[in-house]
Write a protein that binds this ligand. Structure first.
Ligand code: ZN
Length: 430
């Protein structure tokens, strides 16, 4: 097993909010130990200087869409529903090469912004293919990221999913949107099964999951089929729940109660389940998710870009919901910058009320973007911390960058591209 030692850096402990000088010994791709600066290393170990660098655990993007990266800037003042209506235009007609390129582009941006793992809900029209998913997985592997790639699926089109929408269209348009009808569950579920069964990527690097995209875009049989596949192949399940007000209202109209309550009756909620967005979750929803050990991927940038609303991250934490932070797709978040997403998560909570003790601290946002995301991806205890036994997914930040000068406070000083640790910085200068 090959050894590498990172020498002379400041190692961030996100939970404690400290960064101590330490050398990191890596065996293969795993952190073996943290030792005092200058500690002995095994013979032949490769040495990498981390002098004047802050080392933080790679950030985890808990919700994105690899297929969205070629559709940046395609719309401005549009809601989630207008975006969904535009989906065939902005993300349709993709070749296998396009799918690879789109995913690769997002992966490159994530890595450049300190993110080393993501949960990607990947869409293919009209149904997922093993080849398309393999291309997405290859793109992450080639860039060197960890990822969970989940085919984003449904058996109802957007026009069938919103009660009354199809009827409200003039007949010629009704005819055109029927062309957007999706294959039935009997076709799509076996396609997912084939992709899960034939998964060839190393699951420690890129693993599959299943994403019934929005509950009411799926029949109950379809959602249950997805949940069964997730159980059978021991993979995650991810769905956009209570993202927009239209979704929240439609859920009650279609089910007689909320989307989350309905998913609970279908037996879908559990530690393997992630809600994307959760802007309109009520107290009962949060209690159900927290009691079942589920996660929420909080996407503050996308939620503001689409006018979906401001999710209550504090209420989620109070209900013991595991909190992750995501960028969402670049077609509705403009970028794949997790530093910005963390910052927005902190800021969004601060405009939701004057009770400062309920605001999300920057340290809580950073924990959500590391350990919280790791748990949502199914990588708990493996990524999200710099500690022995964890994967060596380590980001080095240049402490000579102007963003870091001067060091004053470890958490309030964050910029979109960096954050700093004052106490250890002073120690560094001394
Ligand atoms: Zn999404």
């Amino acid at each position: 097993m090959s050894h590498t030692i990172l020498r002379g850096g400041l190692v961030l402990d996100v939970g404690a909010g400290t960064a101590e000088p330490a050398d990191i010994l890596i065996e293969g791709d795993m952190i073996r130990e943290l030792g005092p600066p200058g500690c002995p290393a095994p013979e032949g170990a490769a040495e990498i200087s981390a002098a004047r660098r802050l080392l933080h655990p790679g950030l985890v993007n808990a919700h994105t869409h690899g297929h969205g990266n070629l559709a940046k800037g395609m719309g401005d003042c549009w809601t989630l529903e207008l975006l969904l209506a535009a989906a065939p235009w902005i993300t349709g007609n993709r070749s296998t090469e396009d799918k690879y390129l789109s995913t690769q582009l997002g992966a490159v941006e994530m890595v450049l912004k300190g993110c080393t793992a993501c949960y990607d809900l990947s869409f293919e029209w009209p149904l997922p293919t093993a080849e398309g998913l393999a291309q997405a997985a290859q793109a992450y592997a080639d860039v060197g990221m960890r990822a969970v790639v989940a085919p984003m699926v449904a058996d109802r089109s957007f026009y069938e999913a919103i009660p009354g929408l199809l009827d409200a269209l003039p007949p010629p348009l009704q005819e055109r949107v029927t062309e957007l009808r999706l294959p039935p569950a009997e076709v799509t579920l076996p396609a997912i099964r084939a992709a899960l069964r034939g998964w060839s990527s190393d699951r420690e690097r890129v693993r599959p999951a299943v994403a019934p995209t929005i509950p009411h875009h799926c029949s109950d049989a379809f959602i249950s089929g997805c949940a069964e596949l997730a159980r059978e192949f021991d993979v995650g399940l991810h769905s956009h729940v209570a993202e927009s007000k239209v979704q929240a209202v439609t859920g009650v109209r279609v089910y007689g109660h909320t989307q989350t309550a309905h998913l609970d009756t279908l037996g879908v909620l559990g530690p393997h389940f992630t809600v994307a967005h959760g802007v309109w979750l009520d107290e009962d929803d949060l209690a159900r998710l927290g009691d079942k050990g589920a996660s929420v991927a909080h996407n503050p940038g996308s939620n503001m870009r689409l006018g979906s609303g401001l999710a209550d991250a504090r209420a989620m934490l109070e209900r013991r919901v595991n909190l992750g932070i995501g960028t969402d797709g670049a077609n509705c978040a403009d970028n794949q910058n997790m530093y910005e997403a963390m910052r927005l998560a902190s800021f969004v909570s601060k405009v939701q009320g004057p009770d400062w003790w309920r605001w999300l601290s920057t340290r809580e946002a950073a924990l959500a973007a590391t350990e919280g995301g790791a748990r949502a991806l199914g990588f708990a205890g493996k990524i999200g911390r710099i500690a022995p036994g964890y994967k060596a997914d380590i980001v080095m930040l240049d402490l000579d960058h102007p963003n870091w000068l001067p060091f004053n406070d470890p958490v309030n000083q964050r910029k979109p591209t960096s954050w700093s640790i004052a106490r250890t910085a002073r120690r560094w200068r001394a």
